[in-house]
Design a protein around this ligand. Structure first.
Ligand code: SF4
Length: 69
C-alpha cells in the first residue's frame, strides 16, 4: 500500500458520532465510544483512498478534513 500523502483529521467539536466514516472506511477511522467521536486510526495497512474520499464526502456534518501535504 502506498504511503499516506494526506493529513487527515476529524474536527471533534463538529463530529456528531454517526459512525458513518468508521463503517465506510475502517482503515481510516474508528469510533472513540467513550467520547462519541470518530478518530483517525493508526492503521496504515488498509488505507484505500477511495474509501477515505467516500467517508469525507458523506460525513453528515463535514467533520472530516483532508489536507494535501
Ligand atoms: S461520519 Fe462525520 S459525524 Fe459521523 S462519526 Fe465520522 S466524522 Fe463524525
Amino acid at each position: 500500500m502506498m504511503s499516506n500523502p494526506e493529513k487527515v483529521t476529524v474536527e471533534e467539536p463538529i463530529c456528531i458520532g454517526s459512525g458513518s466514516c468508521a463503517r465506510l472506511a475502517p482503515g481510516w477511522f474508528r469510533m472513540d465510544e467513550a467520547r462519541g467521536v470518530a478518530v483517525v486510526t493508526d492503521d496504515v495497512d488498509d488505507r484505500d483512498p477511495a474509501r477515505l474520499e467516500l467517508a469525507e464526502r458523506t460525513c453528515p456534518v463535514g467533520a472530516i478534513i483532508i489536507e494535501s501535504t
